[in-house]
Design a protein around this ligand. Structure first.
Ligand SMILES: *Cc1c(COP(=O)(O)O)cnc(C)c1O
Length: 384
């Protein structure tokens, strides 16, 4: 099996699920007939309800993507347009959108180092990053591992701060009690094609009650209250009917896919156990959640591996295996963030180290056992 050989399909880090096209056709016929293509149409309403039930949350507003959902959530929490440049404590170890949304509304991200066990913002370090300008905390459930929401929410309450969780990776992660998506003030999901539940592009804001949902729904639709009343500087954040129709067809497929990803996770863990025992790799932590979504398999490649993380990444690519270095570089290393508070790598030792070591292995429900074996074989070949 040499690279580029036509018969071997590339092994991508993720691959979006699609329902059989025939299942979508009746929805397309309805759309063509009704011409109700967007603006909270019937598919949109059904998906909003179905997702609120599936996720067991009191209120959910669909959005065109997760980034606009984050922007709308910041507006709903009245965090945008802070006069003296309000600060938000957040993580450098995430997808860049987490910080971009803050800058987009004039807020200053203050980077706080992460916990090596959860990859998420370290609650023990929040206090030291607090200033009189701090307005909120924006943590991320990285790879679907739940943040320490109890500690974060308690910290925020003590200091009168809002908490917005970027839950883009956390679809379907179940924790005991009221549930992960109920923590903080609001949570945001992404339904991008690379996420475990997708609508091509899409997202949602999870809120505590119908009143918050109404506010978010208005923000999503330019601030319209009715035909002649506009009550806020809203945006066009609407999910269209085609996206919603695709989402409805995906819901019944999710649990099977989660189980398949859990099996891939188990195969990777078994196949890498000896390398973990010798310290050449650090396996992902076992999630504290009741049910993990297994959206990612973040492997740490340590100095003991022999060949560097980037060498391994390159060797896998040459073998047609496209692992990804999420999250390298850190957000705080991008030029528009490197001068922000907390961005100095010396203040982010854990995040800096993990960003150097991390490699997310291919993880999706259509991986075959043979493909998982191929990934394991190539990793083994690279060990120096
Ligand atoms: C995917 C993602 C986003 C952005 O979501 P989009 O739907 O792509 O706009 C935000 N934060 C994190 C952590 C993400 O992974």
């Amino acid at each position: 099996m040499s690279p580029g050989e036509g018969s071997v399909r590339p092994i991508l880090v993720t691959q979006p699920d699609l329902p059989p096209l025939a299942e979508l056709l009746p929805s397309l016929e309805l759309l063509w007939e009704s011409r109700h293509l967007t603006n909270q149409g019937p598919f949109h309403q059904r998906l909003e309800q179905a997702l609120a039930e599936h996720l067991q949350v009191p209120a959910l507003s669909l959005f065109c993507n997760g980034t606009v959902a984050l922007l709308a959530a910041l507006r709903a929490l009245a965090l945008d347009g802070q006069a003296e440049g309000g600060e938000v404590l957040t993580t450098p170890y995430s997808f860049v959108a987490t910080a971009h949304v803050l800058r987009w509304v004039g807020l200053t991200p203050v980077f706080v180092d992460i916990d090596p066990e959860t990859f998420a913002i370290d609650p023990a370090r929040l206090e030291a990053a607090l200033t009189p300008r701090t307005r909120a905390v924006l943590p991320v459930h990285v790879y679907g591992y739940p943040c320490d929401t109890v500690a974060i929410d308690a910290f925020a309450r003590r200091h009168g701060l809002k908490v917005l969780y970027d839950a883009a990776h956390a679809f379907g992660v179940r924790t005991p009690g009221p549930g992960l998506l109920r923590a903080g003030d609001l949570s945001v999901l992404s339904f991008h094609a690379t996420k475990v539940f997708h609508t091509f592009e899409g997202g949602a804001v999870i809120g505590p009650d119908a009143r918050t949902k109404q506010q978010l729904d208005r923000i999503r639709n330019f601030g319209f209250v009715d035909e002649v009343t506009v009550d806020s500087i809203g945006i066009n954040g609407k999910m269209n009917e085609l996206q919603a129709a695709v989402g409805l067809l995906q819901l019944p497929r999710l649990e099977d896919h989660r189980q398949r990803r859990a099996a891939v996770d188990a195969a990777y863990r078994a196949g890498l156990a000896d390398l973990a025992a010798s310290g050449a790799v650090v396996l992902p932590p076992v999630s504290r959640a009741d049910a993990h979504n297994h959206g990612y398999f973040p492997l740490r490649v340590t100095a003991a591996f022999g060949c560097g993380r980037d060498d391994l990444y390159q060797r896998l690519r040459e073998a047609g295996i496209y692992a990804r270095r999420y999250f390298h570089p850190l957000i705080s290393e991008f030029p528009m963030y490197s001068a922000m508070p907390g961005a100095d790598p010396a203040q982010l030792p854990v995040a800096t180290q993990i960003a150097r070591e991390i490699l997310c292995l291919p993880m999706h429900a259509s991986l075959t056992d043979d493909e998982v074996e191929r990934v394991l074989r190539e990793i083994r070949r690279a060990v120096a």
